[in-house]
Write a protein that binds this ligand. Structure first.
Ligand code: NAD
Length: 523
């Protein structure tokens, strides 16, 4: 049992309750007068402000949410040097003490929960329920890794023989560069950073250029909790700053979550040992997906339809776990498609800070153009079976939630990550044919199955390549500790955030063998 007590997931707010809605609305009232946030480049005790990097509200693109300086290569170097200087003291801090500090950071998040959810709603257009869950997940990562690091610090039992003592313990690797995406703007940077810090590494965080304000709050929480300034620095910037962090000689571990192409570039760069480098850099990479839901002929459509629609369209399909293909048994394909189309017609497209919104705008103009390209392709080469235009307004990056059907098997709509509110529905002869199509994909992040027959479930479980398979439920919303999360194949390096093995990526093992046969004592 951990000295911190058992881990429990932070309960999300029940937004059907008026009091919970009022709590979040008060968070927005607290946040608004602070906007635009002035996010610093924050290295040790030095703070430098600037306005080269600007984040805006995806729902009202003229509204500025945060301004920050754009970190240069020299800034990244200064942050890594500060982290390297802070490493000896932080790595020698007992694991229990580091854990207490992370738990205090979690308390800061709890105290500021509504304001932080409001910031995620403004900066990344997360609807209230999603924004609140994002803060809860950040709290969970802190609490979970704090406990995990205490357990890991005990080392592992080895085989012992008389006259010899063998011990194995895990030590931190050094400076961790954390590079995060915008779609879980608090939870994901906090998760990767907390894992690095809990295990005794020091960290430089480069949040996504779309969400510097949320990245700032991650570092504030950790510093308020008591992480020493040099041990966690913030370098706001774009991919250039991220690449500088990856290349840096003194960064030993890179924790990255984001798109496949960027992840692959990071893995390639990290394989080069820079002159004077003393590490084989380790890359922990969580990347994109093309997530399929299989629906067998005996599925309960009352369960399947709402779960599929939720998985595909909540947060405008911008979760890495979002459903993007449905492979349905031909015997029930027509009723399923009709019911999905009906449900899409009932989706509320609107601003993230309107309670009840299902589909907010996508993150930025470039994202809208990308999704629109796929929608055009679907219309030209297949058929648009449903789209919901009501609520799609000018001034924000709205895209109508769309269901496509009758696409050719080699369509990019079926094979590439769209990362927007587009769902493709395909007929298949049976579940095995569906599994063949899943198996053709290079991605293997999440997947779903709706089937009543336990043998079918077992067959799919045995064959599935995905990192997270959900049976007879929605395929998003993994909970820390309950659904360790991460993909296989080109979706990631196979680590599982919020799972038992995750912290092992941030440490290196040391085995000490002592000959305990003493032949007299030298005095
Ligand atoms: N598997 C998962 O757990 C998971 C979770 C969330 C998001 N994602 C994926 O993330 C993507 C969406 O996020 P995004 O648009 O922020 O991704 P992205 O790859 O564009 O950016 C992610 C981060 O990488 C940085 N970056 C960009 N170019 C870089 C380079 N050359 N070197 C180093 N860093 C660089 C960005 O500045 C950002 O901080 C989707 O593909 C989604 O599936 C995966």
């Amino acid at each position: 049992m951990s000295p911190l007590g058992p881990f429990r997931n932070e309960p999300v707010l029940e937004l059907r309750r008026a009091a919970a809605r009022q709590q979040l609305a008060a968070g927005m009232d607290e946040l608004e007068p602070q906007l635009p946030l002035r996010v610093p480049l924050w290295i040790g005790d030095d703070r430098r402000e600037g306005d080269a990097l600007v984040s805006t509200d995806p729902g009202a693109s003229e509204r500025i949410v945060a301004v920050a300086p754009m970190a240069t290569e020299a800034d990244v170097d200064a942050a890594v040097r500060a982290a390297a200087d802070a490493f000896p003291a932080w790595s020698r801090t007992p694991a229990e003490r580091r854990a207490e500090i992370l738990v205090r950071a979690a308390d800061w998040l709890r105290r500021n929960r509504a304001m932080l959810a409001a910031l995620a709603a403004r900066e990344c257009a997360k609807p209230w329920g999603e924004a609140d869950a994002d803060v809860c997940e950040a709290i969970d990562f802190l609490e979970f890794y704090a406990r995990g690091a205490i357990a890991l610090d005990q080392g592992k039992e080895l085989f012992q023989v008389p006259g010899e003592r063998n011990e194995m313990h895990y030590g931190p690797r050094g400076v961790v560069g954390v590079i995060s995406p915008w779609n879980f703007p608090i939870a994901i940077p906090m998760g990767m950073t907390a894992a690095g810090l809990a295990t005794g590494n020091t960290v430089v965080l480069k949040p996504a250029e779309q969400s510097p304000g949320c990245g700032y709050m991650v570092v504030r929480a950790l510093r308020e909790g008591g992480v020493p300034p040099g041990a966690i620095s913030l370098v706001p910037g774009d991919g250039t700053a991220g690449a500088a962090l990856v290349r840096h000689r003194d960064v030993s571990t890179i924790a990255f979550t984001g798109s496949g192409p960027v992840g692959l570039e990071i893995i390639r760069t990290a394989a080069e040992v820079p002159p004077g480098g003393r590490h084989l850099k380790r890359v922990v990479a969580e990347m994109g997906g093309k997530n399929c839901v299989i629906v067998d002929s005996d599925a309960d459509l009352d369960d399947a339809v709402p779960a599929i629609v939720q998985s595909a369209f909540v947060y405008a399909g911008q979760k890495c776990s979002a459903a993007s293909r449905v492979l349905v048994h031909e015997a029930i394909a027509d009723p399923l498609l009709e019911r999905i189309a009906g449900a899409v017609d009932g989706l509320l497209v609107g601003q993230a800070d309107t309670f009840g919104t299902d589909v907010p705008p996508v993150i930025e103009e470039e994202a809208r153009e990308r999704v629109e390209r796929y929608r055009r392709l679907a219309a030209e080469t297949g058929r648009i079976a449903a789209e919901r235009r009501e609520g799609v307004i000018d001034g924000g990056w709205f895209v109508p939630p769309t269901v496509a059907a009758d696409l050719p098997p080699d369509s990019p709509v079926l094979h590439e990550e769209i990362f927007g509110p587009v769902l493709a529905v395909e007929r298949v002869e049976n579940v095995d044919a569906a599994m063949d199509r899943v198996d053709e994909l290079a991605f293997a992040l999440t997947g779903g199955l709706f089937a009543r027959n336990p043998h079918t479930v077992q067959r799919v479980v045995e064959r599935t390549p995905v990192g997270n398979l959900y049976v007879n439920r929605s395929i998003t919303g993994a909970m820390v500790g309950r659904q360790p999360f991460g993909g296989n194949r080109l979706s990631g390096t196979g680590t599982k955030a919020g799972g038992p093995g995750y912290l092992l990526q941030f440490v290196e093992p040391h085995v000490v063998t002592e000959n305990t046969m003493r032949h007299g004592l030298v005095v």
